[in-house]
Ligand binder design. Structure first.
Ligand SMILES: NC(=O)c1ccc[n+]([C@@H]2O[C@H](COP(=O)([O-])OP(=O)(O)OC[C@H]3O[C@@H](n4cnc5c(N)ncnc54)[C@H](OP(=O)(O)O)[C@@H]3O)[C@@H](O)[C@H]2O)c1
Length: 263
């Protein structure tokens, strides 16, 4: 039986684009009120307008740069001040940075790590404490297929997602006894603005394996409400990760790097 989410509040970070938009649609369709957070207020306003017209839900928007230190605490405080009790936390905002590590400006890499790891850790800490006290709540962390092997061209990004995968799977066990469900979604290549923002052109490999973002977001939410520790949507993605397990780690990195850099 599907969980009744009617009237619960979901905080979706990165709600202005890609998977974030999909989570908002899927949760709104199940009667959730939405607290949207990202930098682009206009994109979120537009989405909110569409969703309000279709569903009888409340929507609040917080325009915030989550790559700034202190932003997670600010978002938490603003949700508290608005009297919103977050039942579902979708920790989705994240970016990639494509290219040789030493050729990227260090500030960009550090900002990505702040957004992809520190902010996710802090938001999870703040909301999980409350959920634990209430003995209920759901948290989704968004890792990546890049978390399962080293990925030349995305060295720091794949490292940040490996952290999310292991952090999340461990937390799943810690939180479960107190009625808080945490799931890590590890998407493969999906049709969002991710690669454009990361500075990479789509290759033949991307086109071969790309999944629709709505399918991936729905698989993440299904796994979350089914109480799973993690989910890797897509048979081809599952097969790739399975086969990679039997290869030496160094080979895994070499093969993955070639596939990602192919034209
Ligand atoms: N698409 C893929 O193939 C893929 C595969 C594996 C994992 N992922 C993960 O999926 C998640 C969502 O990405 P996506 O694919 O949906 O890409 P996307 O379409 O580029 O969306 C990224 C979202 O993150 C938000 N964001 C970026 N920087 C931010 C900042 N400094 N502060 C607040 N919000 C920020 C963006 O909003 P603003 O720009 O308005 O701030 C946007 O809403 C990421 O964690 C990504 O690593 C994606």
């Amino acid at each position: 039986m599907k969980q009744d989410l009617q009237g619960r509040w979901a905080l979706v970070t990165g709600a202005s684009s890609g998977f974030g938009v999909d989570y908002c649609h899927l949760l709104a369709a199940r009667g959730c009120h939405l607290l949207m957070a990202a930098r682009r207020a206009e994109a979120m306003e537009k989405l909110a307008e569409t969703l309000r017209a279709r569903f009888n839900i409340r929507i609040e928007i917080i325009a915030i740069d989550l790559a700034q230190s202190g932003a997670a605490a600010e978002l938490f405080q603003r949700s508290e001040a608005a009297g919103i009790c977050v039942d579902i936390l979708i920790n989705n905002a994240g970016v990639g940075l494509f290219g040789e590590f030493t050729e990227q400006p260090l500030t960009k890499t550090l900002s990505m790590l702040q957004l992809n790891t520190s902010c996710v850790t802090e938001l999870t800490y703040l909301y999980a404490q409350q959920m634990r006290q209430r003995r209920s709540g759901h948290i989704l962390l968004v890792a990546s297929i890049a978390a399962f092997q080293p990925l030349p061209g995305y060295a720091a990004y794949s490292g940040s997602k490996a952290y999310i995968l292991l952090f999340g799977e461990a937390l799943h066990e810690e939180l479960k006894p107190d009625g808080v469900h945490l799931t890590v979604l590890a998407p493969g290549i999906s049709a969002t603005a991710f690669f454009e923002v990361a500075g990479q052109q789509a290759s033949w490999y991307h086109r071969l394996v790309e999944m629709p973002s709505r399918t991936v977001a729905a698989a993440g939410l299904d796994a979350l409400f089914a109480g799973k520790a993690s989910v890797l949507p897509g048979l081809l993605n599952q097969l790739t990760v399975f086969v990679c397990r039997f290869l030496p780690r160094q080979w895994q990195g070499r093969i993955a790097g070639r596939a990602m850099r192919s034209k």
